[in-house]
Write a protein that binds this ligand. Sequence first.
Ligand SMILES: C[S@@+](CC[C@H](N)C(=O)[O-])C[C@H]1O[C@@H](n2cnc3c(N)ncnc32)[C@H](O)[C@@H]1O
Length: 232
Amino acid sequence: MAGQVKSRKRVQEHGEVFTNEREVNAMLDMVKQETERIDSRFLEPACGDGNFLVEVLRRKLDVVDKRYRKSQHEWEKYAFVAIGSIYGVELLHDNVEACRSRLYDMVEERYRRVAEESPNPAFFGAARFVLGRNILDGNALSLKAVDEYGNDTDEPIIFSEWSIVMGDKVKRRDFRLDEMLEGSADEPQIPLFGSNGTPASEWELDQETGSLIPKPIREYTPTSFYEVMNVE
Ligand SMILES: C[S@@+](CC[C@H](N)C(=O)[O-])C[C@H]1O[C@@H](n2cnc3c(N)ncnc32)[C@H](O)[C@@H]1O
């Protein structure tokens, strides 16, 4: 990020003022342990060009470097987990692209240091694919996907969960963000209906967090993390 403001128009129309590095770090330090847990999931609903998400990824990759730099394969796997845990929604398409690029460039630079002469092209492809699925053009208020001009479409924002299920195999499950936000750790019991009319039978208990989550709208066959972009 070059400065905190790109133009007065963008500030007036979209409240676009980027957070500087010192403030980003001070805020992330409030949840330091989570930022250093490779698989902890972060979602930023108005992510701009990614100042927070880039710093979260940096911290996670520092841990991946420290633990796994001696094994290229293990580094790739845990870097995949780190990338797959970072989510953003942003209204303006140029910011979405800038955010994806900054995250990708950081991964690529780190990976080239680890892999030296033998980087695996499939890893680059997988990283790019996951960032394309995790950093989305969307309206964080209406929870709709937006077009390249920032206008709401009829489609909901849909995020993918990436979970290592065994060895190198990753399972992808897709969820609607509006449905995800209906469930929370505070939910005392299964609601009869979500406010969008989702029947209770379509909710399930998430073993990882102990909270209620809606059933995924789509599940994919587990596949090697190098192949996530090829699975239907
Ligand atoms: C104050 S800036 C913060 C950007 C970034 N989070 C940071 O701290 O550097 C707010 C961002 O939200 C975006 N934005 C504004 N309204 C939005 C909406 N309804 N949904 C998603 N993003 C939105 C703007 O384009 C801008 O990039």
